[in-house]
Ligand binder design. Structure first.
Ligand code: CAA
Length: 270
């Protein structure tokens, strides 16, 4: 994504990422290897995990937006040049590094939104699916082309795509390597919204602003409910929901949120 010039980069310590606090509490993480369409090499994967940790440790953080540098690609996959010389054991370690980074992002306390601004192939599609949800530009392309390289997905694609799209559609995409355009991704529920490329960041920020108005503690609990609930049966999921519902009554945000409603004013959460 092409960045507006006035945005300051507050964290310049990464080799392959740009991390900016684009508005108070709203972070934009840009994968910055545009010459190779933001392909994920070992350094990017390590830095993604570090960036997730850094933002998660900021108690003022509200939302993390993730995108790719340039206007052509979000992430065109794992770095094929790097993978081309790996031994089987090194390949496994590479996959584990990617899995760990994506899991770390998935487990962040705050909502993580992928702004998919072009190709999201292989590791790029897997990264998008590890975010809480996806906003896509009209030129976005989603797919898992690994079989065309003689390998399987390695950063969770076979698992997350199947959970998101169902077995038959995931299987079709995984074995054909066919990429979906933005409209198909929208229709199949992989992308929440599709915008013109020039509007993508603005729409992401508008949504992040809206999220930031709500209680951080309630958002954290809701993320847990949705994420952990996916792997539970309905009965146990509902037990977990009533537990966290009860726990939310112990928070200052519950007192403030309800009092503000009664007094007909906007809440001011801690
Ligand atoms: N790894 C390394 N380099 C890549 C790359 C990748 N995944 N994708 C693109 N590049 C590089 C190209 O080699 C090229 O570099 P040079 O300019 O030095 O030649 C540069 O980025 C621009 O790419 P193209 O010239 O190919 O651009 P294009 O517009 O003609 O095509 C594309 C774009 C269709 C995305 C094409 O680049 C492509 O097919 N890329 C590979 C996509 C892919 O197979 N991804 C899956 C990787 S495997 C994986 O991700 C495994 C896993 O699950 C962990």
């Amino acid at each position: 994504m092409n960045m507006p010039e006035q945005i300051p980069t507050i964290q310049a310590c990464f080799e392959t990422l740009l991390l900016t606090e684009i508005q108070p509490g709203i972070y934009l993480l840009t994968i910055n290897r545009p010459k190779v369409l933001n392909a994920l090499n070992t350094t990017v994967l390590s830095e993604l995990a570090e960036a997730a940790e850094l933002v998660d440790n900021d108690s003022n953080a509200r939302v993390l937006l993730i995108t790719g540098a340039g206007d052509k690609s979000f992430v065109a996959g794992a770095d094929i040049t790097e993978m081309s010389t790996l031994t089987p054991l090194e390949g496994k370690a590479f996959a584990e590094r990617g899995m760990a980074a994506f899991r770390r992002l998935e487990q962040m306390k705050i909502p993580v939104i992928a702004l998919v601004n072009g190709y999201a192939l292989g590791g790029g599609c897997e990264l998008a699916m590890s975010c809480d949800f996806v906003l896509a530009s009209e030129n976005a392309r989603f797919g898992q082309p690994e079989v065309s390289l003689g390998i399987t997905p390695g950063f969770g694609g076979s698992q997350r795509l199947t959970r998101l799209l169902g077995r038959a559609m995931a299987m079709e995409l995984l074995v054909s390597g066919r990429a979906m355009n933005a409209q198909e991704a929208l229709q199949r529920g992989l992308a929440n919204h599709v915008y013109a490329q020039s509007d993508l960041l603005g729409e992401g920020l508008a949504l992040a602003d809206r999220i930031s108005l709500n209680s951080t503690t309630a958002i954290q609990m809701t993320k847990q409910l949705v994420q952990r609930g996916q792997d539970l049966d309905l009965e146990n999921g509902c037990v977990m929901e009533s537990d966290l519902f009860g726990l939310s009554f112990a928070t200052p945000d519950r007192a403030e949120g309800m009092q503000a409603f009664i007094e007909n004013r906007k809440p001011s959460f801690v």
